[in-house]
Each structure stands twice: as structure tokens, then as C-alpha cells.
Write a protein that binds this ligand. Structure first.
Ligand code: BG6
Length: 474
């Protein structure tokens, strides 16, 4: 047996997000958020994707309202993560807990107190913090009264929120990310940015407009972060995963290039400080005109300190997708890759794809990278003796960590690896609890029933050992 070790100070971590865990949706002065209107069940997709507006209804179940009640369980949960030896904890701040409607003159003190205590608790356990400002989260007040990210004014509301966070939590947070998977707004507009569209609106044009305002907001947040909390680092984040051409047919290769650009142009802007050359012709070809001012171009020159990405699967591009079987993967629809196996939820499993993605992203942007999400959504079974033998999860992580090690050997600078959903939480795509990622089990089912009791899975001790020895055994 040998141990593949990682660089000294490598940040082994675990992630959750406010919208999928906190619950307490109307407690502590929190305002209504877009996530609170996304039900579990048949209406979920249309609402999430912005095809229909949502109103709270007594006949729907909204998983975010209760989450895993992290709002009340955080002290015990963080203690378990400390026992695991976690170096960095990633979570997000619920925007409507800080500014309930989004446009108040002063923040909600109860929200500030809550996060102060959460972050302090992590520090008391010697756990560093990576915090996402907006993880699929925007106050409904901004959506309803300002049209959300369709409106330039939302930039200022967001910056007020961001600066409040930097001022109040800067003493605790080591790494910041302005938006979780910023590219997802193009694919899942309501969950990604609180956007929905009328039939007569030009959906695509508005999506790129919203993306632009988010990019400007992100650049301003980077500047504010450097000014207010200069010891922290602030990055950007996309839902990663390279696009492979389905075949060597040049049409497929070209399609993979287009798909890759749609995904990574965000990082181009955030890490190089300007729109890449191909976006102008893309907007032209689609007949889209975007409101980009000279001042915006100046603001965008502010670049990030690191590039973060989530990695669950690679994607496969084909010129004519109707010719082949499709695969939905993580939000982005692509062709089914015949060489790869899939998870129970149809996400392809491709460890080598992580090494490929790392290399491609680094080659293109030349900033330190951070894998801030990776993991396997699977059904867990409680054995007669009460244990959960999640060897499939260990196997998945072992393979991905190995691929990541190879990527580091290739020369890619990597700050750390953060496993997604380290405590079981509500699935963003399906709203299920049964799609579990955690190394800590939470007793709750898809309908919201359960004791919420936490329990270690087999992977808990396995990951603890990985962290302890700063590497994997092979
Ligand atoms: C990422 C998101 O896209 O994937 C998370 O940042 C999400 O919020 C994760 O939970 C896994 O996706 P899902 O749909 O299985 O929860």
C-alpha cells in the first residue's frame, strides 16, 4: 500500500448551502427567497427553469422551508465536522436573512447574529471558511419589485448585501465566492437568479443581460472585498465539466467548442477582466443587444484571485442532439457518452474528466483552482445494525481524488477539494432528500418526515483518514 499525498496545507473540505439546509424560512426575520417558492413534485422543473411564476400554495411541499434545520443544528453539525478533521467548511449566506426584502436601508440584526455565531463556531474548531454570497438565492422582494437580475438596480442591492457581509463576517471568512455556479443562470434561471419570463419576452436576450449584470456585480464585489477584508481571497465559480466532442466529425468538435464557451465565458470575464473576443459575434448571430456601458467595461477589469468549480461529470456535445440518446447530467443537457457509467440519477461518472477539466481550466485562465463541489448522489440504506455502508460513495470519491492528484502532478495549482453535501441535504435539481451526498446521514424523507437525527456513515471515517494522512491509500 502506498499513500498519494497532497501538497502541504491542502484544504480538505465539505460544503453545504443555506438554501438547501437552513430551513427556518420565516424565523429570525428572514424574508421570502426564490428557493422558498420551488416545490418538490411535478411543478418543480417549470418553476425552477423560469417557465412559470410561483405563488405559495397550501397544496405544495416546499423542502427549503425546513431543510435539514441547520439553522438550529449548526453547533452539533460543526462539532461533527470538526471530529472529521475538516480543514475548510463551505456554506452560503441567505440573502433574505440579511436583507429580508432586499432593499432595506439597514440589515436584519438577527441574521447578522446568526452567521456571526455560525462562523465563530467554525473558527473555534479551527475550521477555515469559504463562503458563497448567493447560492441559488435572491430575496423575492427584489424579484417582484425590481425584476431581479433583469434590472441593473439589482447590482447595487447585491453590493449592499455583499459589503454588509464583508464588514460583519470579514474577521472569520478566508475565501469568498460571489455567486454559486454563475453559469447556471443560463440553464435554470429561477433557481439560479430568480428569473422567470413571460411568453412575449426574449428569453435568451434577457438571460445574457442578467448574466452581464451578475458579472458586473461580481467584479464590484471583488473590489469591495479587497478593500474591506484585504486578507481574504475572492474567486469565481462555475458548474464545471469539460465538453467532449461526441465524435471526430468536425461538426461535433465545433459544437463542443461552442458549448464549452457558453460555460466558461463567465470565467473569461471574471479572470481576464473583459469579454472574450467571440461573445460579440455570438450576440450578433443571435440578434441580441446587451446593455454594456463603458463604465461596466472599466468595472469588469477587476479580476478574481482564484477560479473555483464544481465537478460531477463531463458533458458530451454533438451537432444534432436528436440523433442520439440524451443525458441530463448536472443541469446541462448533453449527448449520452457510451463509454461512461451513470449514477442512479443518470449523472455520468468520469473521474478522468476531473483531471481533464482541471488542466483545461488552468491552461485557459492561469489562476489557482479550487474544487468546491464533488460527490455522489445516491440512495443509502440503514443496515439492521444501524450502520450505513456507503462503499459506492467512498469508491467514487477515491477515484476522483486520485484523478485530482494526477492533475496536481500535471502542474495544476489547486487550493483544495470540497466534497458536496457533506451532511445530507435537499437536492437542488429534484428537491429530494433521498438523493444523498453526505458522509453524515440526516433522518428525513422526500415528503419532509423524519427525526432529523444525524448519523455517521462509513464514509465519515474514511474521509477522516484521508484528511489525517493528507492523501489516499492505493
Ligand atoms: C450543484 C449545486 O450544481 O450541484 C448544488 O451547486 C447542488 O446546490 C449540487 O445541490 C448537486 O446537485 P443536486 O441536484 O443533485 O442537488
Amino acid at each position: 500500500m502506498t499513500i498519494k499525498t497532497f501538497p502541504e496545507n491542502f484544504l480538505w473540505g465539505g460544503a453545504i448551502a443555506a438554501n438547501q439546509t437552513e430551513g427556518a424560512w420565516n424565523i429570525g426575520g428572514r424574508g421570502l427567497s426564490n428557493i422558498d417558492l420551488i416545490p418538490h413534485g411535478p411543478n418543480r422543473q417549470d418553476i425552477k427553469l423560469g417557465y412559470k411564476a410561483s405563488q405559495l400554495s397550501d397544496t405544495e411541499y416546499y423542502p427549503s422551508h425546513t431543510g435539514i434545520d441547520f439553522y438550529h443544528y449548526y453547533k452539533a453539525d460543526i462539532a461533527m465536522l470538526a471530529e472529521m478533521g475538516l480543514k475548510v467548511f463551505r456554506t452560503s449566506i441567505s440573502w433574505s436573512r440579511i436583507y429580508p426584502n432586499g432593499d432595506e436601508a439597514t440589515p436584519n440584526q438577527a441574521g447578522i447574529d446568526y452567521y456571526t455565531d455560525l462562523f465563530k463556531t467554525c473558527k473555534e474548531h479551527n475550521i477555515s471558511l469559504l463562503v458563497t454570497l448567493a447560492h441559488f438565492d435572491i430575496p423575492m422582494g427584489i424579484v417582484e419589485q425590481y425584476n431581479g437580475w433583469k434590472n441593473r438596480e439589482t447590482i447595487d442591492l447585491y453590493i449592499k448585501f455583499a459589503e454588509t457581509c464583508f464588514e460583519n463576517f470579514g474577521a472569520y471568512v478566508d475565501y469568498w465566492i460571489p455567486f454559486n455556479e454563475i453559469n447556471v443562470v443560463l440553464h435554470s434561471p429561477f433557481s439560479g437568479g430568480g428569473l422567470y419570463f413571460d411568453e412575449n419576452e426574449n428569453r435568451e436576450a434577457l438571460l445574457y443581460q442578467a448574466a452581464h449584470y451578475m458579472l458586473v456585480a461580481s467584479a464590484k464585489a471583488v473590489k469591495s472585498c479587497h478593500r474591506i477584508t484585504p486578507d481574504a481571497q475572492i474567486g469565481c465559480m462555475i458548474a464545471g465539466g469539460s465538453f467532449y466532442p461526441y465524435s471526430c466529425n468536425p461538426e461535433d468538435v465545433w459544437q463542443s467548442m461552442i458549448d464549452e464557451r457558453t460555460n466558461t465565458f463567465f470565467v473569461d470575464v471574471q479572470s481576464k477582466g473583459k469579454y472574450p473576443y467571440y461573445m460579440e459575434s455570438l450576440f450578433k448571430s443571435k440578434g441580441i443587444q446587451i446593455d454594456i456601458t463603458e463604465h461596466d467595461k472599466e468595472v469588469l477589469k477587476q479580476t478574481v484571485d482564484f477560479v473555483a468549480f464544481s465537478y460531477y461529470a463531463s458533458r458530451t456535445s454533438i451537432a444534432d442532439i436528436t440523433r442520439v440518446e440524451q443525458n441530463e447530467g448536472n443541469i446541462i443537457v448533453s449527448a449520452k457518452n457510451p463509454y461512461l457509467k451513470m449514477s442512479d440519477w443518470g449523472w455520468v461518472v468520469d473521474p478522468l474528466g476531473l483531471r481533464i477539466t482541471m488542466n483545461q481550466i488552468y491552461e485557459r485562465f492561469e489562476k489557482p483552482l479550487f474544487v468546491v463541489e464533488n460527490g455522489l448522489g445516491a440512495k443509502d440504506v440503514i443496515e439492521a445494525d444501524g450502520s450505513i455502508q456507503d462503499d459506492y460513495r467512498i469508491d467514487y470519491m477515491q477515484q476522483h481524488i486520485q484523478a485530482m492528484h494526477d492533475g496536481i502532478q500535471d502542474g495544476v495549482p489547486l487550493l483544495g477539494y470540497i466534497s458536496w453535501g457533506i451532511i445530507d441535504l435537499v437536492s437542488a435539481s429534484t428537491g429530494e432528500m433521498s438523493k444523498r451526498y453526505g458522509m453524515i446521514f440526516v433522518d428525513k424523507d422526500d415528503a419532509g418526515n423524519g427525526t432529523l437525527k444525524r448519523k455517521k456513515k462509513k464514509s465519515f471515517d474514511w474521509y477522516k483518514k484521508v484528511i489525517q494522512q493528507n492523501g489516499i491509500e492505493i
